[in-house]
Design a binder for this molecule. Sequence first.
Ligand code: EPU
Length: 344
Amino acid sequence: MTFIKENVPFKNLTTFKIGGNARYLAEVRNKEELRAAVSFAKEKGLPIFILGGGSDILISDSDFNGVVIRYVGDGVSFEEKDGEVLVVGEAGIDWDKFVKLSVEKNLQGIECLSGIPGTVGASPIQNIGAYGQELKDTFVSLTAYDIREGKFVNFNKEDCQFSYRESIFKKPEVRGRYLITDITLKLRKDSKPVVRYESLKTFLKEKNINNPSLSDLREAVLELRGQKLVDPSVIGNAGSFFKNPIVGKDTVLKLQKSYPHIPFFEINGDKVKVYAGWLIEHAGWKGKRYKNTGVSDKNALVITNPEGKATAKEVMELAVKISRDVYKKFGVRLEPEVQYITFN
Ligand code: EPU
C-alpha cells in the first residue's frame, strides 16, 4: 500500500522530537484507506497506535513494533442554520488553520484557541482550551472509527465526557480504540467576541483595542502565546507539561500565609485552581537544565528538548523531580497534562 511507510522515527512525528521508531506509519486520507490500514495491521497481528499532530504526547524511547495510523484527510465544510453555523472539519487539518478559516468567515467561538499546535482530530481528546475558551463550548459531535468493532460511530457532546483537559478518549479502557475522522462545531455568525481572560483583557487595553474584532482577538492570542510559549518548530516541547491543580480553598488560605502573592482562580465555593507554572517557578525550576532536558526560562510549565537529544526517560525523571519538589514545598500534587505513551 502506497500510503504505508516503514521504520519512521517518532522524533519526526512529535513536537517533543522524542521517541523510538515506528515499524509502520500509515497516513490515510479517507475512510477506505483507514479501513485498509486497520486490516493491514490485523492481518499482520500488529498493534495500532493512533497519532494526531503529536503535540501533546511523550513517546517512549523503545521502538514500536506496530502500525501508527494518522488520518490526514483535511476537508472543511460550513452549513448555516438560524444565525449559527455548523462547521465540519476532517481530523487531519492543522488546528490553527481551522481556526483561521473560521475567523476569516467571521464565525465566533474558537478564536481564543488560535495558535494551539496539533490537528482537528486531536482537539477533543484533551478538550483543548486557552484564554477562557474550551473546545467543549462549541462542540456538537464527532465521527470516529471503532477499531475494535470495525465500524464508524458518532459521539455527541455528552458521550465525550469533557472536563478540564479531559475526555472519554483519555480513559485507559478507551485509549486507542477510536480514531476520530471528523468533528462538528457550532459557531456563531457575526457575533461579538467575549473576552474573559484577565491577561488577554490587559493586553488589549495596552494596545488601545476597545471593541476587538475576531481577528484582533486572534492576533492578540497569537502574540501572547508567542511571549509565553515555546515554538515547537524551534525547540522541542509539548506545551504545558502539567495541568493546573485544583485544590481546596483551605489549602490556598494556608499557602497565602507564607506566599501572599500566590495567584489562584476561584472555581466554585470551596475549590480553586492554582497555577502549576507559578508553583514550579517558585520551587526553583524555571530555566533549569536536567541532563538533555530543561524547564523553559520563558514558562516554567513547559519542559523542553533544547538540543533535540533528550530521551523520554530523562523527561520523565525531570517531571518526577519537579513534582516531588512542588509537593515538598507547597503540599500540592502535580498531574501531567501530556500523555506518556509506552508500547509494552
Ligand atoms: N506563571 C508563573 N511562572 C511561569 C508561568 C506562569 O508564575 O513560569 C503564573 C503566571 O504569572 C500567572 C499564572 O501562572 O499568574 C497562569 O499563567 P498563564 O496565564 O500563562 O496560564 P497557564 O496556567 O500557565 C494555561 C494553559 C495553557 C493556555 C494558557 C492561556 C494549562 C495547563 N495551561 O496556562 O494551555 O495556553 O492557560 O489560556 O491549563 C496547554 O494546555 O498546553 C497550554 C499551553
